[in-house]
Design a protein around this ligand. Structure first.
Ligand SMILES: Cc1ncc(COP(=O)(O)O)c(C=O)c1O
Length: 491
């Protein structure tokens, strides 16, 4: 059973059991849930607990109450549990990809556009804004000289100590001195690549992967090797082993926990094997752990770095997704590469803002972070279900979506008659922004896929944009557009 947080009450546990049965197809769309009294008896809970669980599932758009009749499973999206088999390597050429990324960024920046795929929570209530503002203002009042000081490497000891302390929740045993502060996770990834590769080297990445890695790698004159990645199990470890044995890659850059765009977390045994492989073959693994703290289940699955015996794993993360995107505070724990990386950081951007580092440190010390994470995990889990429910209702039949283990992004595969770059351009005409699959992979697998995100208030605008995306996808794919709830058959 998936249990959200140790503190979850009985009704949430029951709701999770039922949600899982719905996602796995044990409870089919359209089927009636057991009557409240019968459910209470079979789960040995009170009637009120069952009612609370059913209401919770109703809020998550997984079930619906029908007057005088009971509770029924709604049309839910089939889960994407196996990759679509595709020929590899029919790439969107580099220039086209760059133009596509620029168009996406322009639309994401435009205040009039409705975004349904930006991987950045879009409302101040996704962040502890008030508390951070209070701490930052109070620091500035108490220590105005903070902004008159030159920020020198290695940056705030207080923040590095807090980051090291918190890294224990992901199984990493670190000290403040092991941490290099960076300008977001993006700088951490770039520095890590610069430290461990030479121009012309090959870097193994997941397929699909975070789309900005492609321009990042090519800006450093590095070649990309895409490695097949399963929507639930993660990167194919046999393929990784072969590439390492044949010395065909000089580094690996992966997201083993809450991967962007698929959302999976690799099983712990796979993480252990991955760490063993890179240590054995002495090839650096850059672990992007940006969404690691947003896992839905506790205790959190440990980072691959947890199994890193000889220091070949470079862990990179930031607080841009959980606390304050604008502070741009990221960090890395670079194992055997730490001295080289600290030097590279100094010559590339010196250090992070002292004021913002100290404010973040004070926030982390104050103990509010865990509470904030707990609320966000529950909220994103609920919003993911709601978003999947909307997609089930409005997207063409045959559409499938991943079931993320955390965070707020997910991958949607549409029928092969829907070309998602065409869909993207059609949606731009209506000021709706999605990110098309070909940005995330050089293989054809992305041609019919979208990466969507649910870190928005579920207001009329968001619902309208999802509905329009589904309607246009139906039009492009030759399906009748759905305006009402439809039930999709689970595969
Ligand atoms: C997987 C992944 N890594 C890195 C980044 C960049 O993170 P930051 O904003 O902290 O630089 C992103 C941003 O969306 C991301 O999704």
């Amino acid at each position: 059973m998936t249990v959200l947080e140790n503190t979850a009450t009985r009704y949430l546990q029951l709701a999770e059991t039922l949600a899982q049965a719905i996602h796995e197809g044990a409870l089919l769309p359209g089927s009636r849930l057991p009557a409240v009294r019968r459910c209470a008896a079979s789960h040995d809970v009170s009637v009120n607990t069952v009612l609370a669980a059913y209401r919770h599932l109703e809020d998550r758009a997984l079930i619906e109450a029908r007057p005088q009749s009971g509770y029924y499973v709604r049309g839910v999206l089939p889960a994407l549990t196996a990759p679509r088999q595709k020929k590899a390597r029919v790439a969107t050429p580099g220039n086209e990809r760059r133009e596509l990324i620029e168009t996406v960024f322009a639309a994401q920046n435009h205040p009039d556009y409705t975004n349904i795929s930006l991987a950045c929570p879009q409302n101040s209530d996704f962040y502890p804004v008030q508390k951070l503002a209070r701490i930052t203002a109070s620091l500035l009042r108490r220590k105005p000289d903070l902004i008159g000081k030159y920020a020198l490497p290695p940056g705030s000891q207080r923040l590095r100590t807090e980051i090291a302390r918190r890294a224990q929740t992901l199984g990493m045993s670190l000290q403040g001195d092991d941490i290099t502060l960076t300008h977001g996770c993006m700088e951490a990834l770039q520095l890590a690549l610069r430290a461990v590769t030479q121009p012309g080297d090959c870097v193994g990445v997941e397929s699909p992967t975070y789309f900005f890695l492609f321009p990042l790698l090519s800006s450093l004159d590095l070649k990309t090797v895409e490695i097949p990645t399963h929507p639930e199990q993660g990167i194919a470890l046999d393929a990784v082993e072969l590439l390492l044995q044949e010395k065909r890659i000089q580094a690996l850059l992966v997201m083993p926990t809450v991967q962007n765009p698929l959302g999976f977390t690799m099983p712990v045994e796979h993480k252990r094997r991955l760490a063993k492989l890179v240590n054995q073959h002495q090839i650096p693994l850059i672990e992007d752990g940006l969404y690691g703290e947003l896992q839905f289940t506790t205790p959190l699955s440990p980072a691959v770095k947890h199994f890193d015996d000889a220091g070949w794993v470079i862990y990179c993360a930031s607080y841009t997704k959980t606390l304050a995107p604008d502070y741009r505070i990221g960090w890395m724990a670079a194992g055997r590469f730490a001295p080289a990386l600290a030097q590279l950081k100094s010559v590339s951007s010196m250090s992070e803002s002292v004021l913002l580092s100290e404010a973040l440190a004070e926030f982390l010390e104050s103990g509010g972070y865990d509470n904030h994470l707990r609320r966000m995990r529950l909220r994103y889990a609920r919003q993911l279900d709601e978003a999947r429910g909307l997609i089930a209702r409005y997207f063409p039949p045959g559409t499938r979506a991943t079931l993320p283990a955390g965070g707020f992004v997910f991958w949607v595969e549409l029928p092969e008659s829907v070309d998602t770059v065409t869909l993207f351009h059609r949606l731009l005409q209506e000021q709706i922004c999605v990110t098309p699959g070909p940005l995330y992979t050089l293989s054809e697998r992305g041609n019919h896929a979208l990466r969507l995100s649910c870190c928005y208030p579920f207001d009329e605008r968001y619902v309208w944009a999802i509905r329009r995306t589904g309607q246009l996808a139906c039009e492009l794919g030759g399906y009748p557009a759905s305006t009402e709830s439809t039930t999709h058959t689970l595969e």
